[in-house]
Ligand binder design. Structure first.
Ligand SMILES: Cc1cc2nc3c(=O)[nH]c(=O)nc-3n(C[C@H](O)[C@H](O)[C@H](O)COP(=O)(O)O)c2cc1C
Length: 475
C-alpha cells in the first residue's frame, strides 16, 4: 500500500463520517472516519429510524449476529422516535464498561468503517483520541473487524496503541494504563478487554492497520518511534492553528488580549528532525491549499492532513444548518475562530467558531443547565478507599467539588459532549425542556474555504476540496 498525499483529517464527533471518508477514499486519497463517541452516534441514529437504512445494512454484516441483534433490539426505532422525546441515556464509560456498551462501541466502529470501505479499494483510516481513553480498545477492535487500513491518534501520547493493534489481529486480550488523578507510583490502574470473552466465536485473523501518531513536537515523535509498544508507521505533525483541540503552548501558559494562548518559537517544529526519524510524515494546521501542499512536499513530507476545508463540505457530518451559517461568513471573511483555553474539560485549548445562537456565545452558555449525562471527557481520580471516581470539570460545580475537584477547574468549562452531538442533528432533549445547542470548531484557516467555492456558490463537495488541492500543485 503506497501512502496517499492527502489525509482528510479525522474530525470528531461524527464530522468525519463514513460518507465523507468514502468520498475521499474513492479518489485514492485517505478518507478517515472519527471513532470518537461513535457508539452514542450510532445509538441515536438508530433511534431516529436510521434514514436510508445504511447502519442497519452495515450491522447485518457484523460477524457475530447475536451482538448485531442486541444493538438493533436495544436502539432501533422504525420510523424514528417522536421529536420531543429524549434519546436514551447510555450507561457511561467506566474502567469496567457494561456489556451493552462494549458491544455497541465495537459494532458502531465496525459499521462506520464498513460503510466507508464499502464497494471500493481506497484507503480508510480511523481517528481516535488518546484523551478519550476508555472506549478506545473497543473502538479499535470494531474498526479492525471491518478491515481499517490506518489508525490515527493524538491528543496525548498513544504509546501503548501500536502493541494493542498487534495483539488484536489475533484477538488476544489487551489493556491500557489509565491516568488517574491522585494515583501514586504503586498504583496500576488499567482497562482490559478480552475479545474472546465478549465474542466467543472463532474469528479469522485480522489485518494490522498502519499506526500514525499525531504529534506537535520532534521530541514527541522520537519518543513514539522509539518507545511505543509496537511499530509506528508515520506521523502527522499538527500545528496550533488546526481545528479541534490543540496542543497547549510549551512552557507557562500566557494569554493574549483576546484571552487566547500565545504560542512562540518553542512551538515551531523542526521538520528536519522529524525527517531524520525516517518515517513518512504529513503536515497539518492551515495546510489546506495547493501552495501549502507544495511547501509540505518541499520539506520532505509525504503530504498534508486537512480538516477545516472538509468540515463544511456537503458530505461532512455537520448539520446543514451549521453549513448554511458558517459558509457565508467564511466567504466574506467574517467567520471568527477563538482559541478557547478553558472551554474543553480536557484542559487542552479548543478552537471555537463564534456564531450567534451557539454555545460559543456567553449568553447561551449561561442559559444552559450544567449537566453531565454523557461523560466521555470525565477525569478519573483516586478515592480515599483506593477505588476510582469520575468527575468532569463541566458537570454541576457542587458535584465536582463534592468529588474533591477544585472549583477553579470548573470556570468557563463547556459541555463538549452534548454540543458536538448537537452539531450532527442529534441534540439531546433535556428534562427541563432545554434542547442542547451546537458548538462548532474549525481551524484558524476557515476563510480559505472561499477559494474552494465556485462562482456564487455556497456549497462544495469533498471532491472539490481534493481537486482544489491537487490541481493547483506545480507540475
Ligand atoms: C471540526 C473539526 C473537528 C476535529 N476533530 C478532531 C478529532 O476528533 N481528532 C483529531 O485528532 N483531530 C481533530 N481535528 C483536527 C483535524 O483532524 C486536522 O488535523 C486539522 O483540522 C488540520 O488543520 P486545519 O483545520 O487547518 O485543516 C478536528 C478538526 C476540525 C476542523
Amino acid at each position: 500500500m503506497t501512502n496517499p498525499m492527502i489525509i482528510q483529517g479525522g474530525m470528531g464527533a461524527g464530522v468525519s463520517n463514513w460518507i465523507l471518508a468514502k468520498t475521499v477514499s474513492q479518489t485514492g486519497q485517505m478518507g478517515v472516519v472519527s471513532g470518537t463517541a461513535q457508539g452514542e452516534i450510532l445509538a441515536r441514529t438508530l433511534q431516529k429510524g436510521d434514514p436510508g437504512g445504511h447502519y442497519r445494512r452495515a450491522i447485518k454484516q457484523f460477524p457475530i449476529s447475536e451482538s448485531a441483534q442486541n444493538i438493533l433490539g436495544e436502539f432501533f426505532i422504525p420510523n424514528g422516535k417522536p421529536l420531543a422525546k429524549p434519546f436514551k441515556n447510555l450507561p457511561k464509560f467506566t474502567h469496567k464498561p457494561v456489556k451493552i456498551l462494549q458491544e455497541l462501541t465495537v459494532v458502531a466502529n465496525f459499521a462506520e468503517v464498513f460503510l466507508a470501505k464499502e464497494g471500493h479499494n481506497g484507503p480508510v483510516g480511523i481517528n481516535l483520541l488518546e484523551k478519550v481513553l476508555l472506549p478506545n480498545l473497543y473502538s479499535l477492535y470494531g474498526a479492525m473487524m471491518a478491515g481499517v487500513d490506518y489508525v490515527i491518534m493524538g491528543a496525548g501520547i498513544p504509546r501503548e496503541i501500536p502493541g494493542v493493534l498487534d495483539k488484536l489481529t489475533t484477538h488476544k486480550p489487551v489493556c491500557l494504563k489509565i491516568p488517574v488523578e491522585g494515583a501514586t507510583a504503586e498504583d496500576d490502574y488499567k482497562i482490559s478487554f478480552d475479545p474472546k470473552s465478549l465474542f466467543p466465536a472463532h474469528l479469522p485473523e485480522l489485518k494490522r492497520p498502519d499506526f500514525i501518531g499525531i504529534i506537535s513536537s520532534a521530541t514527541l515523535a522520537h519518543v513514539l518511534a522509539k518507545k511505543a509498544s509496537g511499530k509506528v508507521n508515520g506521523f502527522i505533525v499538527e500545528g496550533h492553528t488546526a481545528g479541534g483541540h490543540n496542543a497547549p503552548p510549551r512552557g507557562k501558559l500566557v494569554l493574549n488580549e483576546k484571552q487566547e494562548p500565545i504560542y512562540g518559537n518553542r512551538d515551531i517544529v523542526d521538520y528536519n528532525k522529524i525527517k531524520r526519524i525516517g518515517l513518512p510524515f504529513w503536515l497539518a494546521g492551515s495546510y489546506g491549499s495547493p501552495e501549502k501542499l507544495q511547501e509540505a512536499l518541499d520539506v520532505g513530507a509525504q503530504g498534508i492532513q486537512v480538516g477545516t476545508a472538509f468540515a463544511f463540505c456537503e458530505e461532512s457530518g455537520f448539520s446543514s444548518e451549521i453549513k448554511k451559517k458558517v459558509i457565508p461568513k467564511a466567504k466574506n471573511g467574517a467567520a471568527l475562530v477563538f482559541t478557547d483555553p478553558k472551554a474543553s474539560p480536557t484542559g487542552y485549548p479548543f478552537k471555537v467558531v463564534s456564531i450567534e445562537g451557539t454555545v460559543s456565545e456567553n449568553k447561551e452558555y449561561l442559559e444552559r443547565p450544567r449537566i453531565c449525562d454523557m461523560g466521555y471527557l470525565r477525569h478519573l481520580y483516586k478515592k480515599q478507599d483506593g477505588s476510582l471516581g469520575y468527575r468532569c470539570p463541566s458537570e454541576p460545580v457542587e458535584l465536582f467539588v463534592k468529588k474533591g475537584g477544585d472549583p477553579e477547574e470548573t470556570k468557563d468549562r463547556k459541555c463538549l459532549c452534548n454540543g458536538l452531538l448537537a452539531n450532527l442533528d442529534l441534540a439531546q432533549q433535556q428534562k427541563n425542556n432545554y434542547t442542547e445547542k451546537v458548538f462548532i470548531t474549525a481551524g484558524d484557516d476557515i476563510k480559505s474555504i472561499s477559494r474552494i467555492l465556485k462562482n456564487g456558490s455556497f456549497s462544495y463537495s469533498a471532491t472539490d476540496v481534493i481537486n482544489y488541492l491537487l490541481n493547483g500543485l506545480s507540475a
